[in-house]
Write a protein that binds this ligand. Structure first.
Ligand SMILES: [Zn+2]
Length: 320
């Protein structure tokens, strides 16, 4: 167990990736979501849905337990065939749904965008949040989308970006995990996962690494790694000897392919496939013209087996 708690922004992203962003109280407020779930409720981005009349028994965790009666304002008496009468927190019976309109409002205000530029693209799925004019003249157009790994959603967003003439200035935030799957119409665009770039704090999202204008410093987090792949997946950074290297897209894909591979060894051709490249022969080192330090620190070629192998440094031992 890493003991890493899922924070509120991550919980929010996971809900937004469900086709209907609804969750019951037992799942939201217990288990790995616990802390983040409570924070999300406090942030009032969820609206209450109908209460359930039964739930998985909080005692045995197996049988369904039905509501016998409510006790006071916040307790409920349940009956489980296995455990008999069980007291539980009434909040566990509640269902919660993300308020998309409130969420988008908060994104717009947190990014300090003009609300008049806001527009729904695919209903309840993707939005143009607005335009941010920089003092030095360069405007950025911000978008948010759920389900961005669905190529149809990505295609509609791309169409909107093009009709906004924003191909050069589009900033896309998503609840979907990045990088997007191979073949996405949005390959090459600047796409960030919300949970990777922001956290929630009292009615606002604080963006910590994507906006120079954001007044917020890096929130208190664990110290920066020394030589590590820890932030490759979500932030696109590798660390070598305490130095941070911002990876190019292909560099990130190559490292992820090896990180996710069985035994962390792959033939060049397989890496090419997983990175969506048809270069042959595929030589990973070629893509590290910039950030060559990263390649040297984390990838080695094993001539006898004709495979590339990931070098795992001690501080990454818990990652794999
Ligand atoms: Zn039970």
């Amino acid at each position: 167990m890493s003991g890493k708690l899922v924070n509120a922004t991550e919980v929010l992203c996971r809900l937004l990736e469900q086709s209907k962003p609804t969750i019951n109280g037992a799942a939201l407020l217990g288990g790995e979501f616990g802390e983040g779930g409570h924070e999300l409720v406090r942030e009032r981005l969820l609206v209450l849905g109908p209460a359930l009349s039964y739930l998985t028994c909080p005692d045995c965790g197996i049988e369904m337990a039905r509501v016998v009666r409510f006790v006071g304002v916040d307790q409920v008496l349940l009956y489980c065939d296995e455990c008999g009468e069980v007291d539980a927190d009434r909040a566990l019976l509640q269902t919660y749904t993300v308020s998309l309109s409130r969420f988008i409002d908060r994104m717009v205000s947190s990014l300090e965008l003009t609300p008049s530029n806001r527009k729904a693209i695919d209903n309840d799925i993707s939005w143009r949040l607005g335009v941010h004019e920089h003092k030095r003249g360069k405007a950025q157009t911000w978008y948010f989308a759920r389900h961005l790994n669905d190529h149809t959603v990505a295609r509609h967003l791309l169409d909107q970006i093009r009709s906004d003439n924003a191909a050069q200035s589009a900033k896309i935030i998503t609840s979907t995990d990045v990088p997007l799957p191979d073949g996405s119409p949005l390959v090459g665009y600047d796409i960030k996962n919300l949970a990777a770039i922001a956290r929630m704090s009292q009615n606002v999202f604080l963006f910590f690494d994507d906006r120079a204008e954001a007044t917020v410093a890096q929130p208190e987090e664990e110290p920066a790694p020394v030589t590590s792949l820890r932030h490759v997946r979500h932030k696109g950074w590798a660390y070598v000897d305490g130095e941070k290297y911002e990876l190019e897209g292909m560099q990130q894909k190559i490292l992820l392919a090896l990180m996710d591979a069985h035994a962390h060894r792959l033939e060049g051709k397989v890496i090419a496939d997983r990175c969506g490249s048809d270069a042959f022969p595929f030589q990973p080192a070629k893509y590290f013209g910039r950030n060559n330090e990263v390649y040297k620190a984390f990838v080695r070629y094993v001539p006898g087996d004709k495979v590339y192998e990931l070098i795992i440094h001690p501080e990454d031992a818990d990652l794999f």
